[in-house]
Design a protein around this ligand. Structure first.
Ligand code: NAD
Length: 490
């Protein structure tokens, strides 16, 4: 029987109050996996009410006790990582190894959040004037919520949620309505944590649910990750309702190759970076800019490396590139490729006609490479979100940096070179939030903020680490004076 997913509200599994559903299919096989509620403002209101009720007691629970639940959370994820990864691969399409890797990333964020007793500490200044001291306290802000994209069903809520609850907030997780099964299973497993009811809630759905989150007066802080137009909408609407919002958007990440870069490692890293998760990553290498002679040295090698990638069902041993998320997504990517060729791009490798035996219902596209793409064309500016590389040659590093900075997104950029001076110039001049030097598009560890600039980020504080702690707390400044003569009276 196909499972109909429920929300987790106030410590219980509850059916959505709106009986409208969306089918969840396995993108590798086309098999129907589950039905997810389309969402309802009533569900959000119930979750917000429960979270608000639970908040005061939770905020007054010592941080050292709150993190005990996080220690157990880490253990539950680790102990069940094979099962969680299998569900993740079945609904999202990425390989089993990629699913396991994102669980590790989630766990690392829990580990950092376990340091909250220390992370919450503040500064204290004695004698700002004679006998007067000043300090600040970080206090939780109330109910928080995360809204996540389809491409990392496990990891992304953990960029925010462990920090939020460790700081003393209560929380609502809204998984992507394209991949809701993984987080549902995680919440089932989290019942073993014995968290007090209302601390952690999950509400399914799409735009209706999101809009209700943006408007509900109990919800004070929202962490969003998704495409740039939606990120902008979330930021504008959430802040207009007086909420704190951090909204991480889409990407179009350039990778610059200098002629002196190491050939084999550069080619391997870029191919992994471009085709991992079938290119459906905000940190995918999307545009390769070869500088000068690097064009002759690297283009053919990259084509050869791309041809070796194993495409198929992410559960099959040895597969490196899984399917894209939906049939619509596959069609959209194929149309973008066709249009770019019509606009004059050279099709150096075409992955559109790929078939995978036993997976005829799957949404597969093989590695595709487009050369000499007009930087003014649609495909150059658009986030393709598929296993497609644009490769263009430029004359100088300055040209590469200029083209990089012309892009509207600023999530990440990398350079491959043996020259410290070139790397330093790139790091210094490029307008992007995450920089890689001889590293594929670099994912910051959980003890660093996950940055992002320009249309890739709306807000001030990012996810992960001390930024997440600052986002989920507000600062109370205290100035105090205790008169000496009061002491003498005792
Ligand atoms: P999406 O923007 O379509 O959806 C993200 C979330 O917003 C989902 O939970 C969805 O239910 C909700 N949503 C969708 N349309 C909405 C609307 N009109 N109004 C309100 N809510 C809406 O993104 P996606 O396709 O699920 O994910 C892929 C995108 O996420 C890519 O652009 C990718 O670059 C981006 N992403 C960014 C990062 C980052 O760190 N910057 C990380 C992962 C993914």
């Amino acid at each position: 029987m196909i499972k109909t997913l429920k929300n987790f509200i106030d410590g219980q599994w509850r059916e959505s109050k709106e009986p409208v559903f969306r089918d969840i299919m396995n993108p590798a096989t086309g098999e129907l996996l589950a039905r997810v509620p389309a969402g309802s403002a009533h569900d959000v209101a119930d979750a917000a009410e429960s979270a608000q009720k639970a908040w005061w007691e939770w905020r007054n629970t010592p941080a050292s006790q709150r993190v005990q639940y996080l220690f157990r959370m880490k253990q539950v994820l680790e102990a069940n990582s094979d099962e969680i990864a299998e569900i993740c691969t079945s609904e999202c399409g990425k390989t089993f190894a990629e699913s396991k890797a994102e669980i590790v990333r989630a766990v690392e964020n829990i580990e950092v959040a376990c340091g909250i007793p220390k992370l919450l500490q503040s500064d204290f200044s004695e004698d700002i004037a004679t006998g007067i001291d000043e300090f600040y306290i970080r206090q939780p802000i109330g109910v928080g919520a995360s809204i996540s994209p389809f491409n990392f069903p496990v990891m992304i809520p953990f960029w925010f949620m462990p920090y939020a609850i460790a700081c003393g907030n209560t929380y609502i997780v809204k998984p992507s309505d394209k991949v809701p099964c993984t987080m549902t299973r995680i919440f089932e497993l989290f019942e073993d944590l014995n968290l007090p009811k209302g601390i952690l809630n999950m509400v399914h759905g799409g735009k209706t649910t999101v809009d209700a989150i943006l408007e509900h007066p109990h919800i004070k802080a929202i962490s969003f990750v998704g495409s740039s137009p939606v990120a902008k909408y979330i930021y504008q609407t959430g802040t207009s309702h007086g909420k704190r919002v951090q909204a991480l958007g889409g990407a179009k990440n350039p990778v610059v190759i200098m002629p002196d870069a190491d050939v084999d490692t550069t080619v391997k890293i870029i191919a992994d970076s471009a085709y991992g998760c079938a290119g459906q990553r905000c940190l995918a290498a999307a545009i390769v800019l070869t500088v000068g002679r690097a064009g002759e040295i690297f283009t053919e090698k990259l084509i050869e490396a791309s041809k070796t990638k194993q495409i198929g069902n992410g559960m099959t041993e040895g597969v490196e590139v899984g399917p894209v998320i939906t049939k619509e997504s596959k069609e959209r990517i194929e149309k973008l490729i066709e249009k770019s060729v019509n606009d004059g791009a050279r099709l150096l490798l075409d992955g559109r006609k790929i078939t995978v035996g036993g997976c005829e219902g799957g949404n597969f596209i093989g590695p595709t490479i487009l050369g000499d793409v007009d930087p003014e064309s649609e495909i150059y500016a658009t986030e393709i979100f598929g296993p497609v590389i644009i490769i263009n040659n430029v004359d100088t590093l300055e040209d590469a940096i200029k083209l990089t900075n012309k892009g509207l997104k600023g999530n990440a950029a990398s350079i491959f070179t043996r020259s410290g001076a070139a790397a330093r110039k790139f790091r210094h001049d490029v307008q992007a939030g995450n920089i890689g030097i001889n590293i594929g598009i670099a994912a910051p560890m959980s003890f660093f903020p996950f940055s992002g600039w320009k249309e890739s980020f709306y807000g001030d504080l990012h996810g992960q680490s001390f930024h997440a702690v600052e986002f989920y707390t507000q600062t109370k400044v205290v100035i105090e004076r205790w008169h000496d003569d009061w002491t003498r009276k005792f």
